[in-house]
Design a protein around this ligand. Structure first.
Ligand SMILES: [Zn+2]
Length: 332
């Protein structure tokens, strides 16, 4: 074997949906998509169907409105196409192939939540992204065959390889880009010994739209907070609404006081449609300016960070061992 996620309220909701849509489109067109997190309630348990890499693994996949049986290794290239830009370094693509294989196998052991009976689905907000051949032919045109060959190579070069922690397949979550460190899973879901904060090398020079700014009117901010925290108090001047902001060790927002209620960084990200929890917020007189760094939940492998490491000479296994410390790369 070779190595290898009233009217004002409606308007606000519409704005947030649009923001999320635009962010998603932008990522699909120019950067790496980030999967939704593995559900926090997934326990660390003995897999119900232990992975036997000696057999050709078949996944029950929910695709195009129906259940299909697909060989994992044949499914993976089109997952990669949806999860990482094909122009990334081959070692980054190999690292992504192993991470996606591990993620899918871990998911398989618990089943797709949206589609009972399926191991996984092609919806990135549920399992992992998946691109159909037709969609890729339209996206890539003349480059279709060459690009697919590059993705198939990343899968073949790492055939059967996946990550384990103490013998169990890991929840190999990943995200598009980090602040200078990845986030500890404990600050987003639950703590896991291999999803701890590590350095990540990407900068503004490596990542499109690495730093983004979004301004919310006082009314919009107020409505967003009240939708989730009806007890919040916005009776004082807007300039006094933002209180203490505490950061996690990785530099992201742990929590922030808004209108007298303490809101976690993860919840603020959701409420205000921010690309990550790596943000600052200030009242400008015209509204609240959020300055956001990176994209995604920040846990596990940073895709842009992996690409920087690869360009600097790291192998896919070195990238994986960096972003998923304490794990083992297992192969036949
Ligand atoms: Zn699913």
């Amino acid at each position: 074997m070779r190595k290898g996620k009233g009217v004002l309220v409606l308007l606000l909701c519409a704005a947030l949906v649009l923001t999320a849509y635009l962010a998603g489109r932008e990522e699909r067109e120019g950067g790496a998509t980030a999967p939704q997190p593995v559900s926090p309630e997934i326990p660390l348990s003995v897999p119900e169907r232990p992975y036997n890499p000696a057999s050709s693994e078949v996944l029950r996949v929910w695709l195009d409105g129906g259940l299909k049986e697909v060989e994992l290794e044949k499914y993976l290239p089109q997952v990669l196409a949806g999860e990482m830009p094909v122009l990334f370094h081959p070692e980054a693509l190999r690292a992504q192939a192993v991470a996606a294989r591990s993620y899918l196998l871990c998911k398989r052991n618990h089943g797709c939540k949206s589609h009972p009976g399926a191991d996984v689905c092609g919806d990135p907000s549920c399992c992992t992204a998946y691109c159909t051949e037709a969609a890729l032919q339209e996206r890539w045109g003349q480059d279709y065959e060459a690009n697919m060959e590059k993705l198939r190579a990343a899968v073949n070069d790492t055939a059967g390889e996946y990550l384990v922690y103490e013998g169990e397949i890991i929840q190999a979550v990943f995200h598009s880009s980090s602040v200078s460190q990845t986030e500890d899973s404990a600050n987003v879901w639950n703590p896991l010994p291999y999803l701890v904060s590590v350095d990540s090398p990407e900068t503004e020079e490596d990542v499109p739209n690495y730093i983004t700014e979004i301004t919310l009117s006082a009314q919009a901010l107020c409505e967003a907070v009240l939708s989730a925290y009806p007890s919040a108090d916005f009776s004082e001047e807007a300039e006094s609404w933002i209180g203490e902001l505490r950061n996690t060790e990785s530099g992201r927002v742990q929590d922030v006081m808004i209108g007298g209620v303490r809101i976690t960084g993860t919840e603020a990200r959701r409420l205000f449609g921010l690309r990550s929890t790596g943000f600052t917020v200030a009242y400008t007189g015209d509204g609240f300016l959020f300055r956001v760094t990176g994209y995604g939940h920040g846990v596990g492998m940073s895709q842009y960070g992996a690409n920087v490491m690869a360009k600097e000479g790291a192998s896919y296994s070195e990238i994986l061992m960096h972003y998923y410390p304490n794990t083992e790369l297992v192969s036949l």
